[in-house]
Structure formats: C-alpha cells, structure tokens
Ligand binder design. Structure first.
Ligand code: GTP
Length: 236
C-alpha cells in the first residue's frame, strides 16, 4: 500500500510529549511518538514537524505578564521539545534538522525555507521550532504557515482527543463527533480545532487538516495511508 501523501506537516502539541506526568518530556511517550514517525518516514513520506511548548510553558501561565514576553517564553519551550524530538529520532537512525524561527545558531539552524525543502528532498525530517518567531501567533498557525511555505499536502494535527466534537466529550457525553468539516464551519461554530488565524490560513491556501488522537498507536501511520480516522477539515 502506498501512502496517500508525499509531504506532510505533523503538528504535535507539547503536552503530547508529557505523557501522564502532564509536564516536561516523558521518555517512553516521546519514544512511542518517534517510533510512529519513523515508520511513516520509512515509507518515503517527507515529514516536517511543528511542535508546541505547552508541556513547559503556556502563554496563559504568564497571567498578569506582558503577553509578548509570555509568548517568547513559549517559543523557547518549543525549542526544548524540538531538540528532544531530534535526539530521540536520531537515536532511532532517522536524520533530522531543526530550524528555528528565531536565530540561535549555536543550537540549531535558522529557518530558511529553501534549505528546509532541500532537507526534505534529501530524506531528512525537519523540525520547525520557535513558532513563527512572533508573539500573538500559535504553533498551530506555525503549522499552517510552514505547510503553505513548503507545499505540504496536509497538516496532521495530533491531539490528546480523537476527533473534533461540538463540545467537550469528557464533560458532555452527548457531544457530537464530526468526521468532516469545512473551514467556515470551524470558524462559525467556534470549534476549538485550531485557532482562527491558523484555520483561515489553511482555508486561504487550501490545506486540509486532519485532527486525530495520538493515544491510539499507529494513528500517524493510518493518517498518512489515508484511512478515515478523526476529523478532516477541508473544502466541502
Ligand atoms: P547539506 O547542505 O544538504 O549537506 O545539509 P546538511 O544539513 O547535512 O549540511 P550542513 O553542512 O548545512 O550542516 C551540517 C550539520 O550542521 C547539520 O547537523 C546541521 O543541522 C548543522 N547546522 C547547519 N547550519 C547550522 C547552524 O546555523 N547552526 C547550528 N547549530 N547547526 C547548523
């Protein structure tokens, strides 16, 4: 079976790396995720990863703090996660290049679009760290922006929840689960798939978003193979 996509962006939340601890990086958890990514990589899929930083710092942790400062702290948190992912993937034999949107040359390459594409073509995974480099933008928006820049066919939005619902299924047992949504539905219904900036950017650039749960082993693989899991947000 051939993978459905040739080039994808995988968006991982920082929390996904924390496992049950809910904070920091949990080794067995990050290894499980990286094993899945490696499996997909070995199918020949070009993979770029955008990672969040919520396992170390969330913008809202800085309540009462200057919003830009809190966001810059979050961007630094994404760099910690990017280096963690790089280390685990390389330990598994997968070549990785980290590129940061804010220059920190001693630690990683700066983000250069053409170089990122070249890395993908040379069969390396590229991890985009430090968000967009700007406060007031989320890592979901980073995923949308980078997907547009590198011509990724889809954003695989790996979450702790298995799909998009109209309300929190943990609170409301009758929450409606969606299998397909349009961008406009997401925006109009105020669904918390991605923030509105990220959703609009995907809408304007015709980039589909597949939301699925990371808890299920093999889900990244299933997503890349085009199996109908989670919720797809696209033009309908
Ligand atoms: P090619 O040019 O395609 O051969 O790619 P490459 O990434 O293997 O070559 P390059 O010589 O650019 O990089 C070699 C190593 O240095 C890689 O691990 C890069 O991630 C790293 N590297 C390259 N540029 C920088 C940088 O500006 N800062 C840091 N910290 N590392 C860098």
């Amino acid at each position: 079976m051939e993978p459905k996509y040739k080039r994808v962006i995988i968006k991982l939340s920082g929390e996904a790396l924390a496992g049950n601890a809910g904070h920091g990086i949990d080794t067995p958890t990050i290894e499980t995720i990286c094993r899945q990514i490696k499996e997909v990589f070995e199918l020949g899929v070009e993979i770029a990863i955008v990672v969040g930083g919520g396992n170390f710092w969330r913008g809202r942790s800085g309540e009462g703090m200057d919003k830009s400062t809190a966001d810059y702290m979050g961007m630094l948190a994404t760099c910690i996660n990017a280096l963690g992912l790089q280390d685990v993937l390389e330990e598994m034999g997968v070549p990785v290049r980290v590129q940061t949107a804010i220059e920190m040359k001693q630690i990683a390459e700066p983000y250069i679009r053409r170089k990122a594409i070249r890395h993908l073509e040379k069969r390396r995974i590229v991890i985009f760290a430090a968000g967009t480099g700007n406060p007031f933008f989320t890592t979901d928006t980073t995923a949308a922006l980078r997907a547009a820049e590198i011509d990724a066919e889809i954003i695989l939005l790996a979450k702790s929840i298995d799909a998009v619902y109209d309300s929190d299924p943990l609170i409301n047992p009758n929450a409606k689960r969606y299998t397909e949504l349009s961008y406009i539905d997401v925006l109009n219904k105020g669904l918390k798939v991605m923030d509105s900036t990220a959703t609009s950017l995907c809408m304007d650039n015709h980039i589909p978003i597949l939301v699925f749960g990371l808890n299920e082993p093999e889900n990244i693989l299933r997503a890349v193979m085009g199996e109908k899991i989670g919720t797809i947000v696209q033009e309908v």
